[in-house]
Design a protein around this ligand. Sequence first.
Ligand code: SAM
Length: 190
Amino acid sequence: MRERLFRGRLAEQVLAGLPAAARIADVGAGTGTLAIALAAAAPGAEVIAVDGDEEVLAIACAKPGAGQVDWRQGLAAELPLEDGGCDRVVLSLVLHHLDPEGKRAALAECRRVLRPGGRLHIADWGKPQDPLMRGALFALALLDGFDGIRDHAAGRLPGFVEAAGFEPVELHDRLRTAAGPLELLSAVRG
Ligand SMILES: C[S@@+](CC[C@H](N)C(=O)[O-])C[C@H]1O[C@@H](n2cnc3c(N)ncnc32)[C@H](O)[C@@H]1O
């Protein structure tokens, strides 16, 4: 899945222009590879990793470097974070797990916890540009469910982000992977 490549690029984008003593929230952090890398690369920042799955968080907490991250159990639609306290929020491979209502709720929460001018970063599936990528994304939808992936396949994710109160979405990268076209997007909280 070209994980190292996409995580490296995502981390670079998240860290670009980061203010001193910034707060970064990684929502749906999974086993925490990105959150730990961000904490290592920005030792002055506070990195908070949120995931709904207790077992996944237990794996994350046991990894080297995990002590530099604040791990919190919580849902994307009800983040355990105060209003306007974050400089960056990351959603990496999370939104395609959510149906349209879940995407709207998660994006509204990301906006709530970002300070004005703070930046949301998304890594997730985009609209396939050729038959090979279309086939790969279709195979993923068979596994992960069509309800979450349909809007990604139709190129509608940027519209969801903008409708949640973000400025126009910037596309940084589109990577061809075995699971489909992975897009790295960002948008500033309006
Ligand atoms: C495919 S993993 C991605 C993990 C990590 N962000 C990455 O890029 O490797 C999706 C993660 O999102 C979490 N997740 C899914 N739906 C969620 C929700 N509604 N609220 C919080 N976490 C959620 C899952 O528990 C899982 O750890």
